[in-house]
Structure formats: structure tokens, C-alpha cells
Design a protein around this ligand. Structure first.
Ligand code: MAN
Length: 347
């Protein structure tokens, strides 16, 4: 099923719309923006993925070295020790690397269509050994006391969730890794429930369990506990291989509405919804049996990594969710949903 109303001007941003942010690189992909509203404008925290212009027979990509400087790694495409079957990750002698280096970049718009950069708002680059392969897929929780950014920290040791607090997107307070490896897709609820902060997160358990959505509580948004698994993958379904939260849950009269992504074994990424109890969000009241959005448009079916619609950012206006998403891991798009329609689809 697909109840998304796509912008007819999609994609709204492509790699060629921006200048590379790292010297000597080109932008390969724009992905999965975090979204917030500030000063009457819509802001996207884009994930920008860069690498050097590729030369025939080679695969090369940037990483941060111990000194925090960019270094280029390069492999021969036909090296028998190299597995390059996934355009996003390569394996060499049992070690994984990403084929691009991601960082976060802000753009804003008055009409949700034309996005611009403001030099007063600098990009956020990976910093330190836990971000040597970059930072990705930022969720922005807009809260009473500021903005809280949860994002994926990637390095050769692990994938985990980092937290950054900011009041103005000009100065940032880095809080470090709040969910240790392997973990990503973390969305903080934008208000407290029973005096506690809540977050959805997605640990991966390789033996027992899988790639499931979990809920955690905290008193300070840094230390999290009382973890509970609230949504697993479902066999023979569109979300059979992995599930993960999108942006912060939307508060409705019927419960917290969470738009999440699910993928099957073919890495086809679709969206569905979860409805969580308002007072106890560990109680799942309803869950999409069918998708609410699937990769069906041409720009969602082909690209850097095709058959992907992935979201971690939206804002809400009345009954309308203005959802921004990454299509085919390459371009940024917009779609709208009616909250009522999503809730009805859960009945
Ligand atoms: C997966 C994909 C990539 C991402 C890595 C690391 O392979 O989601 O896009 O770069 O994980 O997070």
C-alpha cells in the first residue's frame, strides 16, 4: 500500500545542487535528512556522502586518520580479497569500510522546495576515533530546552548512536555515544512522559534476536536504561529483515504515532507505522500490516542504492505530516501524509 502524496517536483535536492564540502571530493549522495522548524523556515540536516572522483578499476574513499585529517584509501576493483558487491560498504580482508564519507549539512527553505545554505551555519563533520568513517542519518528532537540531535557514529570499531545538543545550530555540545554498538535509528520523544525522557533505538543482535526497534528511558538524555523491545521483524513481510525508527513520534489523541522503516532480505526499504500508548509507550497499540509508502517512483527505484525510501525527518501541520526522505540513497524528496489516514490504516 502507498498512501503518500509525493511532491510533483521531486527530487527536491540532488548531489549536483551543492558544492562538495571536503576538498578534492565530489558529492555522491544526499541522504536521509533530519528536519526542524526555526524562524518560520524549514531546515534540513542533510547527510552528505562524499568520495574522490572514481577512476576506472579502483575504489577509493576518504576516512579520517588518527590526527583527524582526511586520508584516501584505495583498492583495486579486481583484488580477490575485496568484496564490493554492496555499493555502500566494501569488505577487504575481513574488514568493513564505507565507500563514502558522510557528514551533516544544513539547508533551509521558505517554501519547502527551494533550499539554500547560510554560511553562518557550518557543516557538522565527524570528530574523533568513533566517527572516523563519518556521521549519518540525523534525527532532530525539538524540545523545550533546545534541539537534540541523534545520529549514527561510524568507525572501523563500530556503528553507534551519538548525541549533540544545540540551541541555535551555531554552537554544538557533543555528548558522545549514548547507545553503544551495534545501534542506530535513534529518535528521542519531544516531550517527557511521567517525568522521563524516552527514545526509540535499534540495536542489532546477530545471534538471538535481530534488527528490532527498542524503547529506552532516561533522566538526562545521556544515560539510558529500562530497555524494552517493542517491534521485531516479521517473516514473509515487507519488514522481514530490519526495522528502525524514523523521526520523533508524533503525539496524537490515539497515541504516539511513529513512522518507521522496514526492509526485506533484498534491501527493499519501505515505510510503515506504529502506534504507542500515550502514557506507556512500551505498549504497542497497533502496527501497519501493509506499508504506508514503498519505493515506486523512478527516483526511488534506481540510484546509488535503489529501491529505498528512508525517512528520519518531518514536521507536522495540523493533520499533515510533511515528510522528507532519502530516495535510492541518492536524492532528497518530500511527501505528505494525513495523520488520520495513517491512523485509519492501522485499524
Ligand atoms: C549500512 C547503510 C549505509 C551506512 C552504513 C553505516 O550499510 O545504511 O548507508 O553508511 O550502514 O551506517
Amino acid at each position: 500500500m502507498d498512501i503518500a502524496k509525493r511532491y510533483d517536483k521531486n527530487p527536491i535536492l540532488r548531489p549536483s545542487d551543492l558544492k562538495p564540502g571536503i576538498e578534492g571530493m565530489e558529492i555522491t549522495c544526499l541522504l536521509n535528512p533530519g528536519v526542524f522548524r526555526m524562524n518560520g523556515k524549514t531546515w534540513l540536516v542533510l547527510r552528505v556522502a562524499e568520495r574522490p572522483k572514481q577512476i576506472e578499476g579502483k575504489i577509493s574513499f576518504p576516512v579520517y586518520n588518527k590526527e583527524g585529517h582526511i586520508e584516501i584509501m584505495s583498492f583495486d576493483e579486481d583484488d580477490p580479497q575485496l568484496d564490493a558487491s554492496d555499493p555502500r560498504v566494501i569488505q577487504y580482508k575481513g574488514q568493513n569500510y564505507l565507500t563514502t564519507l558522510s557528514y551533516l549539512r544544513l539547508v533551509y527553505s521558505d517554501d519547502d522546495l527551494h533550499f539554500r545554505e547560510d554560511p553562518e551555519y557550518s557543516p557538522i563533520f565527524g570528530q574523533g576515533p568513533l566517527e572516523s568513517f563519518g556521521i549519518e542519518d540525523c534525527r532532530v528532537a525539538t524540545m523545550e530546552d533546545g534541539f537534540f540531535l541523534t545520529y549514527t557514529m561510524v568507525s572501523h570499531v563500530a556503528v553507534g548512536v551519538g548525541l549533540i545538543a544545540t540551541k541555535d545550530f551555531k554552537t554544538y555540545e557533543r555528548k558522545g555515544m549514548i547507545f553503544p554498538p551495534h545501534n542506530k535509528d535513534c529518535a528521542i520523544f519531544e516531550e517527557k512522559i511521567n517525568d522521563k525522557f524516552y527514545a526509540l533505538h535499534r540495536p542489532s543482535s546477530p545471534e538471538l534476536g535481530g534488527n528490532y526497534i527498542w524503547l529506552a528511558e532516561s533522566f538526562d538524555r545521556i544515560h539510558w536504561g529500562n530497555h524494552k523491545c517493542i517491534a521485531t521483524t516479521r517473516d514473509n513481510s515487507w519488514d522481514s529483515a530490519r526495522v528502525g525508527a524514523g523521526a520523533a513520534p508524533i503525539k496524537t489523541n490515539e497515541g504516539w504515532l511513529e513512522i518507521y522503516h522496514g526492509a526485506n532480505a533484498d534491501h527493499r526499504y519501505c515505510l510503515g507505522a506504529l502506534l504507542l500508548d500515550l502514557k506507556d509507550p512500551s505498549k504497542v497499540l497497533a502496527r501497519s500490516v501493509e506499508t504506508i509508502m514503498e519505493p515506486v517512483a523512478a527516483y526511488e527505484k534506481t540510484g546509488f542504492f535503489g529501491n529505498v525510501v528512508f525517512t528520519n525527518g518531518h514536521y507536522v501541520e495540523g493533520d499533515v505530516v510533511k515528510l522528507f526522505y532519502g530516495a535510492s540513497d541518492e536524492v532528497i524528496c518530500k511527501a505528505e501524509f494525513s495523520i488520520k489516514e495513517i491512523l485509519n490504516s492501522l485499524k
